[in-house]
Ligand binder design. Structure first.
Ligand code: AMP
Ligand code: ZN
Length: 443
């Protein structure tokens, strides 16, 4: 068991991780809203959660990881209606697409994916308790709201809302997403109206559907218990989504809901957050359409800390592609010195492993871990077999797919072309570089 240090949004400090239960981690990640193809900024959130999980497992923890699929909310309802599909039909399509995408990014599936629509009963029970505890109230139309003034800790995660909370204390918000300017009572249960069409549940509160925030509280508490170790999401979920999750869950149990809140920073384009609404986004298909493997995107992200903003430019991704291909080439050129079952398998280099562990458990310092990977591959004093074993060990965390590379030596010709392309790029001869890439891919 190795100590892990993690930045906690709640304390705004890097903390030593101590689990609620020895050797075990209960991890919850806010998953996708399945209403469209996610953009690659969204995938930053899932690559981060995956890397965190891999680091925890690498450090010796048994990780129970839940990721939800938001298959009912304002966006899914609205978009399914536009396409004239049932909500189920519509969300199942994007769920399948999501599964394919994450597999292509070497994101390991969580212990369980949970669909919000499977947990409406649990949501109703939570809302019932919140009404009993007088933290929630019914409005005239039958919708139920959380009363943020009744929850003294409201704002403890995001830290900035208390003043505004007073200013807007009488305000109420029914839509699922709203910004910092609007710390308001938020909807737990939305009474049915025409816009919802066929989407409703008949419950003791009447006909309606849950709000978005209650979904994660319900699934997290049902699958992982009233208290969990780590909850992840992108930084934009801190407020209001995660703040509201805390209010709902702690409002029911009176116990601390989450010990460590972990958030990834934004993927930017031209200095602005990549977002569907800003229409400045790329999808994984845009990447593969250029002949670039999705794993390259993962590799590129790992070159930066998850807590720094990174600006997406194609040139940088192509640079990462060249580097990763070089790594793959050098790895496969290590040959087949470790045929399984011969007893000659290499062993993981202890000192490198120690350093690697130290880096990745230091708030997921993947940039330093990658530098170490290059050190290993270039180390003149290590046997090929040991290098391979060490790289495969690192790859448990990095997820770059070394184990899947075919055990064959990359032809000299390809390595030469890769070098030539590097030079072409350095000389900014992009036409030549594109031609060379096509040739390399062909080979
Ligand atoms: P959504 O489907 O909108 O709930 O978003 C899914 C995940 O992507 C959430 O964890 C968001 O915080 C995250 N996310 C959205 N946009 C970005 C971005 N530009 N960079 C990094 N993460 C993002
Ligand atoms: Zn969530």
């Amino acid at each position: 068991m190795h100590k892990v240090h993690l930045y906690n949004t709640l304390s705004r400090e890097k903390e030593e991780f101590t689990p609620l239960e020895e050797h075990k981690v209960r991890l919850y990640s806010c998953g996708p809203t399945v209403y469209n193809y996610p953009h690659i900024g969204n995938y930053r959130a899932y690559i981060f959660a995956d890397t965190l999980k891999r680091v925890l497992a690498y450090s010796g923890y048994e990780v129970k990881h839940i990721m939800n699929l938001t298959d009912v909310d304002d966006k899914t309802i609205h978009n399914s209606q536009k396409e004239k599909k049932t909500l189920k039909e519509f969300t199942e399509f994007y769920t399948e697409e999501f599964f394919k995408d994450i597999a292509s990014l070497n994101i390991l599936p969580p212990t369980k994916f949970t669909k919000a629509t499977d947990y409406v009963d649990e949501m109703v029970q939570i809302i019932k308790k919140l009404l009993e505890n007088r933290l929630a109230y019914k409005s005239d139309d039958g919708s139920i709201y959380f009363d943020i003034r009744k929850f003294p800790n409201y704002g403890k995660l995001s830290g900035m809302v208390l003043e505004r909370q007073k200013e807007n204390a009488s305000g109420r918000i029914i839509s699922d997403e709203y910004d910092k300017e609007n710390a308001q009572d938020f909807a737990l249960w939305k009474a049915w109206d025409e816009k919802d069409g066929e989407v409703f549940w008949d419950t003791e509160f009447g006909r309606g559907r849950p709000g978005w925030h209650i979904e994660c509280s319900a699934m997290s508490m049902k699958l992982l218990g009233e208290q969990i170790d780590i909850h992840t999401g992108g930084i934009d979920l801190i407020f209001p989504h995660h703040e509201n999750e805390i209010a709902q869950s702690e409002g029911v149990t009176g116990k601390q809901f989450v010990k460590y809140w972990a958030h990834n920073e934004w993927l930017l384009v031209d200095g602005k957050k990549m977002a569907k609404s800003a229409n400045n986004f790329f999808t994984l298909k845009d990447i593969t359409d250029r002949g670039i493997s999705p794993v390259v995107y993962r590799f590129w992200l790992l070159m930066a800390s998850y807590r720094t903003r990174v600006n997406f430019v194609w040139d940088a991704l192509e640079g990462a592609e060249t580097a990763l291909k070089r790594l793959y080439g050098l790895y496969t050129a290590l040959g087949t010195a470790t045929p399984p079952g011969t007893g000659q398998a290499g062993s993981v280099h202890e000192i490198y492993q120690q350093k690697f562990t130290e880096f990745v458990t230091d708030d997921l310092d993947t940039p330093r871990a990658l530098t170490l990977l290059w050190d290993v591959i270039k180390d003149g004093n290590m046997s090929d077999a040991d290098k391979k074993a060490t790289i495969l060990d690192f790859d448990k965390v990095l997820g770059l797919g070394f184990a899947d590379l075919k055990e064959e030596i990359v032809p000299e010709e390809v390595l030469k072309l890769v070098e030539e392309r590097k030079t072409a790029r350095e000389e900014k001869d992009f036409t030549k570089s594109d031609e060379l890439r096509a040739k390399i891919n062909e080979l």
